[in-house]
Design a protein around this ligand. Structure first.
Ligand code: SAM
Length: 216
């Protein structure tokens, strides 16, 4: 993944951000040691950003689409209200044990509810209102996820989506983009055209879209 700022500035930014929680540092390390696809993990800077947003919003309920090894779920859960909960969905069964172990180590096993299966099938059955939805799974389904969760977010709630710059590919001519980049481009246009939300594309890491629902 391209860094949008120089490697040195990236390091400086991390050094001047509160230290990674020890449990997150261990999870980050183990994911990098064991998984060839560890680049998918949010990491220290983006994780801190999500954690800070969650503290600012003080959500009662969060939905995450795409658990991976549990890093961003643990970050987002930090800002939950005392009796709050976070639902997280992951299609890959093999990831479940590692995520469960770290969620328990973080003391969040009664707060984070893990669902295994396709988010497309699971979301309609979740009978909750989500103050934050974090979309971070298969890019080709971002628009479907947005449509599926929209009515489950109250006015004033947030839908946050990762990888919306897709390694810088979104600005290439469409015939030079991968299928995923085209899907992300289409998602970004859908967000831009939706007058029920206010939105901000933050050029952090691979790009984070923050949409705040202003009407139903
Ligand atoms: C980018 S990773 C998530 C990273 C994680 N949120 C973090 O920041 O550490 C995307 C995850 O979405 C999962 N995924 C892909 N398609 C899915 C689907 N249809 N339903 C649920 N999860 C899916 C993948 O298996 C992968 O673990």
């Amino acid at each position: 993944m391209k860094t949008l700022i120089s490697k040195q500035l990236d390091e400086y930014t991390e050094q001047h951000t509160s230290a990674e929680l020890p449990v997150l540092a261990r999870l980050n390390r183990e994911t990098n040691l064991k998984r060839g696809d560890a680049v998918m993990l949010s990491g220290h800077l983006q994780g801190s950003f999500l954690q800070m947003m969650s503290h600012m919003i003080q959500p009662k309920c969060i939905l995450e689409i795409g658990t991976f090894t549990g890093y961003s779920a643990i970050c987002l859960a930090q800002g939950l209200q005392e009796d709050g909960r976070l639902h997280t969905i992951e299609i890959d069964e093999e990831l479940q044990d590692m995520a469960t172990a770290y969620i328990a180590e973080a003391g969040l096993n009664e707060i984070i509810i893990q669902h295994t299966g396709s988010a497309i099938d699971i979301i309609p059955g979740l009978d909750e209102l989500f103050d934050i939805v974090f979309i971070d799974a298969d890019k080709s389904n971002y628009e479907r996820y947005y449509d599926l969760v929209f009515d489950k977010v109250p006015v004033g709630g947030y839908i946050i989506a990762d990888n919306v710059l897709y390694d810088g590919e979104v600005i290439l001519p469409e015939d030079q983009q991968t299928k995923n980049a085209r899907a992300i481009g289409s998602f970004n246009r859908k967000i831009k055209a939706d007058n029920r939300i206010e939105h901000l594309l933050v050029p952090l890491r691979d790009g984070i879209m923050i949409a705040r629902k202003i009407s139903g």
